[in-house]
Design a protein around this ligand. Sequence first.
Ligand SMILES: [Zn+2]
Ligand SMILES: [Zn+2]
Length: 399
Amino acid sequence: MMFDPRTPGRRAFLRSGCRHCMALAALAGGLPALAGEADDDQFELPARFKRPSADSDEGGLWAMMDREEQRIRRSPLTLRDAGLQDYLRGLITRLVPEHAPDIRSYPVRMPLFNAMMAPNGMMIVWSGLLLRVENEAQLAAIVGHELGHYLERHTVEQLRAQRDAALVSQFVGLIGGLGAAAGQIGIMAGMFAYSREHEARADRLGMRLMKHAGYDGHEAVAVWANLLAEDRITGGEDAGSRGDIFATHPPTTERRDELRRMAENSKGELGADSLRKAFAPLRFGWIQDEIKRGQYEESLVLFDRILKRDGQDAEALYARGEIYRLRDEGSDNMKAMDDLQHASMQIKAPAETFRSLGLLYQQRSDAPAATAAFQKYLAVAPQAADAGLVRGYLTDLKP
Ligand SMILES: [Zn+2]
Ligand SMILES: [Zn+2]
């Protein structure tokens, strides 16, 4: 009798994505496990997931996630930009063509770096993440990692292990409860952090997906390194407690080293232009959210990094200048003037650049320069919400 090695493996996988079953499946079938130590070109993804029956524990989880998804659909924070949604859909399709029809992604306006994926196929990506990734390959690395958790059903395993049903529903509620304080999300998320092993597996699978789709694997290392650099500013010990990706995906140096090892000899696409184009209409809003967050030291690491890549980036010049102006310590006033003047010379200078320049000149009692800057602001943004206020400044500046 012929023995088909694929059948037992597949079946075992559908039952559970857990390590023990995976190992068993690999043994039984002689196949490389999904995220095991197999050759990069030889890995199989599980078949599409079917909706579990409503009376099973997993069915209950899905129903909870479905309710959250409804809330996210209605949330004013969800970004409904068609271009951005098409772009994310395209990326997911490129990474996991077969599973893409089951996955719905929701970009949400939240100024922290986070992404999460629920077992029912809902993926949430925060705008703070979109602002921080430097190219499509970096976004593919994060999305690929989340898909790794989804494909191996880590969240199901994790939530199933949690005996306290009220806690689970509270946690799920936080996903869609976007108005919740980031600190609250952080505390809850910490209780549901993925295990070290699940993280390693998601990293490995994410790396495979991105490389297979033709992206440069080194960008997975870069994106985590950038994130760690920003987080280190405020002290690593409370990393993630505010609700960023570190809360549920604990960073370790082993993870970074392992990613580096897996990325070795990887060549591929970066996709910097496609990403820039897709984000351009929304990016300034994300930058304004970042400034409002009031975490100036972290934001300065971010904008220094952006400006190192492109010193003429008018939005980033405005942002860094505005942060210096708001922080106003030591030589911040001069640095603010420098960046804002530099921004004002760019064709794409945000209108807000001129308002901030006006305020700086006003502070220096340079009435003619302040007047000119405020007039320019009103000329560029006559409909601005604070136009009346700025007209008042102009009246006060009259000699
Ligand atoms: Zn397990
Ligand atoms: Zn993870």
